[in-house]
Ligand binder design. Structure first.
Ligand code: OGA
Ligand code: MN
Length: 268
């Protein structure tokens, strides 16, 4: 029997008792749990790539950047040619903030775990928004934020070479509402490492506001930390979950296989 258990007060759910991941009932329970809890954990699945892709396809359209449906998350350049950029995952972020339409969900399967560290932390920006005092919610209405890849990479490489900066700047920036009001009326904050500045605001004030909102959103009560065991699968609602990898040694074996499910609603 499929059972769900909350992982924390504001987000996260663990699903047990799934016999067939491709069964329609199991899939709709997972999608519903993901929608309301933001982070879905199924332990001990040990999916191979084909099974991960098959399950991902049940949740939506699987993205295949560069023709690959499975992306290897590893800081080892031998396993991942863009390992360098993944240092950015150590900072709170939302994926795809520089795209028009963000990915709906991301799935990670733990293939190897780090001996020390290497957990993944999640923070719900739905919960963060809902718990803001009324006057603050009013103040944020209408504010717009420019997101850049450069802003995120600068956190990982505070003293970049000119070549690095030129590379980062090839990724177009994207402006979106600070408070995203979705078609279904739910609201969340769009912040994190890529948030470069608030449009039209004094730069110092803008930085302070973005930092303050990030600190608010990543309070323990809005967070869930996952300590990985090999075979675990975690899926998160990328549109509303800030996330980051907790530090681990780049030479550790930690390897995640990642698949991404396309979104269907543009940032507002
Ligand atoms: C990602 C990501 C976090 C991790 O793949 O988008 O942020 O813990 N990963 O590896
Ligand atoms: Mn990410």
């Amino acid at each position: 029997m499929i059972e769900t258990t909350a992982l924390g007060p504001n987000l996260g759910v663990s699903v047990t008792g799934v016999e067939d991941l491709l069964d329609e009932t199991a899939v709709s329970r997972c999608l519903e749990a993901l929608k309301w809890r933001g982070v879905l954990l199924i332990r001990g699945l040990h999916l191979d790539d084909a099974a991960q892709v098959a399950f991902s396809r049940k949740l939506g359209t699987v993205l295949a950047p560069g023709g690959q449906e499975i992306f290897t998350v590893s800081l080892d350049p031998a396993k991942n040619r863009s390992a360098e950029y993944l240092k950015g995952t150590f900072f709170w972020h939302i994926d795809d903030t520089t795209s028009k339409v963000p990915a709906k969900a991301t799935m990670l399967t733990a293939r190897h775990v780090a001996m020390v560290g290497g957990g993944t932390e999640f923070a719900s920006t739905y919960a963060a928004y809902e718990n803001l005092p009324e006057h603050e919610r009013k103040r944020y209405e209408g504010l717009r934020v420019v997101h850049t890849f450069e802003a995120a990479q600068r956190l990982a490489y505070p003293e970049p070479t000119e070549q690095q900066v030129a590379g980062w700047r090839k990724v177009p920036s994207h402006e979106s509402a600070l408070v995203w009001r979705r078609r279904d009326g739910r609201r969340s904050l769009v912040i994190g490492a890529t948030a470069d500045h608030v449009v039209g605001m004094d730069p110092v004030e803008s930085r302070a506001l973005l930092d303050e909102l990030l600190a608010w959103s990543t309070q323990e009560r809005f967070c869930y930390t996952h300590d990985w065991a090999v075979g675990d699968v975690v899926i998160w609602d990328n549109t509303g979950m800030l996330h980051r990898a907790l530090p681990y040694d780049p030479s550790s074996e930690r390897t995640m296989h990642r698949s991404t499910i396309a979104g269907d609603e543009p940032w507002s």
